[in-house]
Design a protein around this ligand. Structure first.
Ligand SMILES: [Zn+2]
Length: 116
Protein backbone atom coordinates (compact mmCIF):
# COMPACT_ATOMS: atom_id res chain seq x y z
CA UNK A 1 0.00 0.00 0.00
CA UNK A 2 1.32 3.39 -0.99
CA UNK A 3 1.67 5.98 1.74
CA UNK A 4 -1.28 8.31 2.05
CA UNK A 5 -0.68 12.00 1.50
CA UNK A 6 -2.32 13.28 4.67
CA UNK A 7 -2.47 16.87 3.45
CA UNK A 8 -4.36 15.73 0.42
CA UNK A 9 -6.68 13.57 2.50
CA UNK A 10 -7.32 16.47 4.84
CA UNK A 11 -8.22 18.65 1.88
CA UNK A 12 -10.70 16.09 0.60
CA UNK A 13 -12.25 15.44 4.02
CA UNK A 14 -12.35 18.95 5.48
CA UNK A 15 -11.74 21.63 2.88
CA UNK A 16 -13.63 20.53 -0.20
CA UNK A 17 -15.90 17.54 0.32
CA UNK A 18 -17.41 17.80 -3.16
CA UNK A 19 -14.93 15.32 -4.61
CA UNK A 20 -15.95 12.67 -2.13
CA UNK A 21 -19.63 13.50 -2.58
CA UNK A 22 -19.27 13.14 -6.33
CA UNK A 23 -17.49 9.82 -5.95
CA UNK A 24 -20.24 8.52 -3.67
CA UNK A 25 -23.13 9.83 -5.76
CA UNK A 26 -25.18 7.05 -7.29
CA UNK A 27 -23.79 4.39 -4.97
CA UNK A 28 -25.36 2.86 -1.87
CA UNK A 29 -22.83 4.62 0.32
CA UNK A 30 -23.35 7.85 2.21
CA UNK A 31 -20.81 10.67 1.98
CA UNK A 32 -20.55 10.71 5.77
CA UNK A 33 -19.46 7.07 5.76
CA UNK A 34 -16.56 7.88 3.46
CA UNK A 35 -15.80 11.10 5.31
CA UNK A 36 -15.83 9.10 8.54
CA UNK A 37 -13.20 6.72 7.22
CA UNK A 38 -11.16 9.70 6.02
CA UNK A 39 -11.38 11.36 9.42
CA UNK A 40 -10.35 8.13 11.11
CA UNK A 41 -7.29 7.87 8.89
CA UNK A 42 -6.34 11.48 9.58
CA UNK A 43 -6.57 10.76 13.31
CA UNK A 44 -4.33 7.71 12.90
CA UNK A 45 -1.56 9.00 10.63
CA UNK A 46 -3.10 7.38 7.59
CA UNK A 47 -2.54 3.88 8.94
CA UNK A 48 -4.83 1.77 6.76
CA UNK A 49 -4.06 -1.32 8.83
CA UNK A 50 -6.17 0.07 11.65
CA UNK A 51 -9.32 0.11 9.54
CA UNK A 52 -11.97 -2.53 10.04
CA UNK A 53 -12.69 -4.79 7.07
CA UNK A 54 -15.74 -2.72 6.25
CA UNK A 55 -13.89 0.58 6.49
CA UNK A 56 -11.17 -0.83 4.29
CA UNK A 57 -13.67 -1.64 1.56
CA UNK A 58 -14.97 1.93 1.76
CA UNK A 59 -11.43 3.27 1.63
CA UNK A 60 -10.48 1.20 -1.40
CA UNK A 61 -13.68 2.03 -3.22
CA UNK A 62 -13.69 5.79 -2.75
CA UNK A 63 -10.64 7.28 -1.08
CA UNK A 64 -7.89 5.27 -2.71
CA UNK A 65 -8.89 6.32 -6.25
CA UNK A 66 -9.06 9.97 -5.19
CA UNK A 67 -5.68 9.79 -3.47
CA UNK A 68 -3.72 7.65 -5.89
CA UNK A 69 -5.43 7.02 -9.19
CA UNK A 70 -6.72 10.24 -10.63
CA UNK A 71 -7.44 10.32 -14.34
CA UNK A 72 -5.79 13.10 -16.29
CA UNK A 73 -8.37 15.12 -18.18
CA UNK A 74 -5.88 15.93 -20.92
CA UNK A 75 -6.31 19.01 -23.05
CA UNK A 76 -9.83 18.09 -24.04
CA UNK A 77 -10.83 14.96 -22.16
CA UNK A 78 -9.00 11.87 -20.84
CA UNK A 79 -8.42 10.46 -24.34
CA UNK A 80 -6.25 13.49 -25.18
CA UNK A 81 -3.85 12.91 -22.28
CA UNK A 82 -0.24 13.09 -23.43
CA UNK A 83 1.09 11.22 -20.43
CA UNK A 84 0.11 7.78 -19.14
CA UNK A 85 -3.46 8.79 -18.33
CA UNK A 86 -2.96 9.27 -14.61
CA UNK A 87 -1.92 12.36 -12.72
CA UNK A 88 1.40 12.11 -10.91
CA UNK A 89 1.26 12.04 -7.11
CA UNK A 90 3.15 15.31 -6.65
CA UNK A 91 0.59 17.22 -8.71
CA UNK A 92 -2.58 15.98 -7.05
CA UNK A 93 -2.84 18.64 -4.37
CA UNK A 94 -2.48 21.34 -6.98
CA UNK A 95 -5.12 19.66 -9.15
CA UNK A 96 -7.66 19.46 -6.36
CA UNK A 97 -6.99 23.03 -5.32
CA UNK A 98 -7.39 24.45 -8.82
CA UNK A 99 -9.88 21.91 -10.09
CA UNK A 100 -7.67 21.39 -13.15
CA UNK A 101 -6.79 17.76 -13.56
CA UNK A 102 -3.77 17.47 -15.80
CA UNK A 103 -0.59 15.42 -15.59
CA UNK A 104 2.90 16.84 -16.10
CA UNK A 105 2.96 16.06 -19.82
CA UNK A 106 -0.36 17.79 -20.44
CA UNK A 107 0.64 20.79 -18.34
CA UNK A 108 3.83 21.14 -20.33
CA UNK A 109 1.82 20.92 -23.55
CA UNK A 110 -0.65 23.65 -22.52
CA UNK A 111 2.25 25.78 -21.37
CA UNK A 112 3.85 25.57 -24.83
CA UNK A 113 0.58 26.38 -26.55
CA UNK A 114 0.25 29.55 -24.53
CA UNK A 115 3.84 30.56 -25.24
CA UNK A 116 3.47 30.00 -28.98
ZN1 LIG B 1 -2.23 14.02 -19.13
Amino acid sequence: MEEIDLDLLEFLVYTDTDYIKQAVAGTQYLPRTVLGVGTFLLDHDGDVNLLTAKQKVTFEKFLQPLLFHVTCQGLAGPETCMGNGEIEQDLLKKCYHNNIFRCHACRAATHNTIEN
